[in-house]
Design a protein around this ligand. Structure first.
Ligand code: ASP
Ligand code: MG
Length: 404
C-alpha cells in the first residue's frame, strides 16, 4: 500500500475557494493510486483569534481549557475539507485527535505525541475512504484534549507519516519551497531543490520560517522524505531528505539571518572558575535564550570580557538580572541593540577548505565589520550591524554562487 501524508497550512485552507482547490490536490494523489492521509491546520488567523479571546479572560488562562479552545480551529477545517470531498462524490471522513486517537503527554499547550493508534485509520484507508485529520491536537491519557505547540500541524503530519510508513510527507504552504535566503531581504533568492535534514534544521533555527524546527528533527529521526511546496501554483518544491540522496551539492546551501538581536558585553569580569555559570544561571532561570557567547582571553589572567547575544525584547530584563546579580563583579556593561546574526549553511563546507576565509573576505570587501563569530560543522555565523544585513546577504549570496 503506497501511502502519502498531505499537510495543508493555514493559508492553503484559508477560504472556501481554497478548500475547494485543496480537495483537487487531494484527488490528484488519489488518482496516482496513493492511499492519502490528509492533515490540516486551522484556517489562517483562526488560532491567533482564539488565543486573543483567551487572553481577554486571563493572561494565565487555564491550559486545559486553552487546548479545548485553540484546537477548535482545526475541527472546522477538517470538516470543511471532508465535506467538500463528499459533496464531489468521494468517500472521506474527518478525524479529531481523540478519534484517531493521537495520544500525548500531559504537557498542555505544548504536548508531545507518545503514541498513535493506527487501527481506525487503517480500516478507513482499506475501504478507500480519505481520512482528514485535524493537526495540532491530541488527547492525554486522562482523556483531556491537548495541543502540540504553535505551528505543530507539521508535527502531526510528520508523526503520522512515521506511524503509517508513508512514502513521503508533502507540506503544502503559501511559498514555493525553501529559499536560499529570505526573498524579502534579497530579490535574487532561489528555491532550493533538495536540502538535507541537518541543513534544514540549521536554516529553521537560524531564522528560516518555512517549517517548524521540531518537525524537521522528527523527520530526520524517522528518515521521512518531506516535500515542501506551494498549494497555489504548480512547482516542484523543496525536498528535505537524507544527505546521501543529494547529488551536486553546492558548498553553501542557504543563508539565514535574524533581526532584533542585542549584544551585551560585560567588561572587566573577574576571571575565576564559576563566573560564566554565575552570569548565565539567572538568565536561564528566567527563560532568556542566550545565543552566541564569547569570552576574551585576558593577558593578566585576572579579568576578562564576556560578550553574548539575546533577543532585543529581553534586553531590559537581562540588564536588570545582571545588575542585581551579586555572584560576580564586572567594571562596565555595554549594550548594542541593533545587531543581526548572518549565517551560511551547507554540508559542503565539511569537505571544502577555505569557506570561512571566503565568507570573511566577501564581508570585508563590502566594509562589513564582524562583531562575533560562531561555527558548527555545517554553518558559520557572524554578528554584524543590522544596517549591514542586506549588503551582507547579497555579498555572500554572490560569493557562494547562489544567484544562479
Ligand atoms: N493552527 C495551529 C497554529 O496556528 C497549528 C498550525 O497551524 O500548524 O499554530
Ligand atoms: Mg501554520
Amino acid at each position: 500500500m503506497k501511502i502519502v501524508v498531505l499537510k495543508f497550512g493555514g493559508t492553503s485552507v484559508g477560504t472556501i475557494s481554497r478548500i475547494k482547490k485543496v480537495s483537487k490536490i487531494i484527488l490528484s494523489f488519489k488518482k496516482k493510486k496513493y492511499k492519502v492521509i490528509v492533515v490540516t491546520s486551522a484556517m489562517s488567523g483562526m488560532t491567533n483569534n482564539l488565543i486573543k479571546k483567551s487572553l481577554k479572560i486571563s493572561k494565565s488562562f487555564d491550559p486545559i481549557e486553552y487546548d479545548v479552545l485553540v484546537s477548535s480551529g482545526e475541527q472546522i477545517s477538517c470538516a470543511l475539507i471532508s465535506g467538500q470531498l463528499k459533496s464531489l462524490g468521494h468517500k472521506s471522513r474527518s478525524f479529531l485527535g481523540w478519534q484517531v486517537p493521537i495520544i500525548t503527554d500531559n504537557n498542555h499547550t505544548n504536548a508531545k505525541i507518545d503514541f498513535v493508534n493506527v487501527r481506525n485509520i487503517k480500516k478507513i484507508l482499506s475501504k478507500g475512504i480519505i481520512p482528514i485529520v485535524a493537526g495540532f491536537q491530541g488527547i492525554t491519557k486522562n482523556g483531556e484534549v491537548s495541543t502540540l505547540g504553535r505551528g505543530a500541524s507539521d508535527y502531526t503530519a510528520i508523526t503520522l507519516a512515521k506511524y503509517f510508513n508513508a512514502e513521503k510527507c508533502v507540506i503544502f504552504t503559501d511559498v514555493d519551497g525553501v529559499m536560499t535566503t529570505d526573498p524579502r531581504n534579497y530579490k535574487k533568492a532561489k528555491k532550493i531543490k533538495t536540502i538535507s535534514y541537518e541543513e534544514m534544521l540549521e536554516m529553521s533555527s537560524l531564522g528560516s520560517k518555512v517549517m517548524q524546527s521540531n518537525s524537521v528533527q522528527e523527520a530526520r529521526l524517522n528518515r521521512t522524505d518531506v516535500l515542501v511546496k506551494s498549494s497555489f501554483k504548480e512547482s516542484e518544491g523543496t525536498l528535505i531528505t537524507k544527505r546521501k540522496k543529494i547529488k551536486n551539492h553546492k558548498i553553501i546551501t542557504g543563508i539565514s539571518s535574524t533581526k532584533n538581536d542585542a549584544k551585551i558585553t560585560l567588561v572587566g569580569v573577574k576571571d575565576k572558575p564559576g563566573v560564566a555559570a554565575a552570569i548565565f544561571k539567572p538568565l536561564s532561570k528566567n527563560n532568556i535564550n542566550v545565543d552566541m557567547v564569547v569570552q576574551n582571553i585576558s593577558a593578566d589572567k585576572k579579568e576578562t570580557d564576556v560578550t553574548f547575544t539575546i533577543k532585543n525584547e529581553n534586553t531590559i530584563k537581562t540588564v536588570n538580572l545582571i545588575k542585581n546579580n551579586k555572584e560576580f563583579k564586572y567594571d562596565k556593561i555595554l549594550i548594542d541593540k541593533n545587531v543581526s546574526k548572518l549565517s551560511i549553511i551547507g554540508v559542503g563546507m565539511i569537505t571544502t577548505p577555505g569557506v570561512t576565509y571566503r565568507m570573511f573576505q566577501a564581508l570585508s570587501k563590502n566594509k562589513i565589520n564582524i562583531l562575533v563569530i560562531s561555527t558548527s560543522e555545517i554553518k558559520i555565523s557572524v554578528l554584524i550591524k543590522q544596517s549591514n544585513l542586506k549588503k551582507g546577504i547579497e555579498a555572500l549570496h554572490k560569493e557562494f554562487n547562489l544567484d544562479n
